[in-house]
Design a protein around this ligand. Sequence first.
Ligand SMILES: [Fe+2]
Length: 230
Amino acid sequence: MFPYRPMRGLDEGLYCVDGSFGRSPLGRRMTVLVLPSGRLAVHSAIRMEQADMAALDRLGPVGAIIVPNTLHKADAPWYAGRYPDATVLAPRKAVARLARRMRIDGTLEDDWPAELAAALDRLALGGVRMPEAAFCHRATRTLILTDLVFNLGVQFAGLSRLLLKLDDAYGRFGPTRLFRWVVLRNKAALLASLRELEQWDYDRIVMSHGDIVETGGKQLMRGAFASLGL
Ligand SMILES: [Fe+2]
């Protein structure tokens, strides 16, 4: 288990937990949504101490565990074991790899339950080598991303600072250099996905690495991907 900050509420039915991940300077974030059914959807699960898991359970029973890509999976198997009634979902292209070490009940594309669809839109991004899905929590106008963009500050020093600068991830919102040079496979296909995200009504962005954007998220996305034609 890695250190984390206590769960905090971002909006009605929207919570997050900011955690660390080994020696990574990037940290990681779990997002928790209270669905209209009263059950919870957990995105990028972070394992917590018993008292904090109890606080999560007090919000409602976990109905869905969303594994958004193949990197943000570390604690998902533990959640899948703790919540046997929850449906575990991942992007179609990530399932084969994830299923080697954990229970996956379906794909985000083909098995999106009505219970989730009632609150949450999802889109598997096109044009990327590493499968990743984006989500929109309609009630709170929140876009939920994983590694598509970072929003790290300037609180880093030494080697972390150097590496983040090399990755073009130091003190800026946007896709990292690693994403642009390695993950991005087909610009036109990613652009088509970004245009679909544009159709979603969102203002806040919760990403896995960096500071949550509370407002103006759509403008930031346009700026970050302007070079792609967005
Ligand atoms: Fe990540």
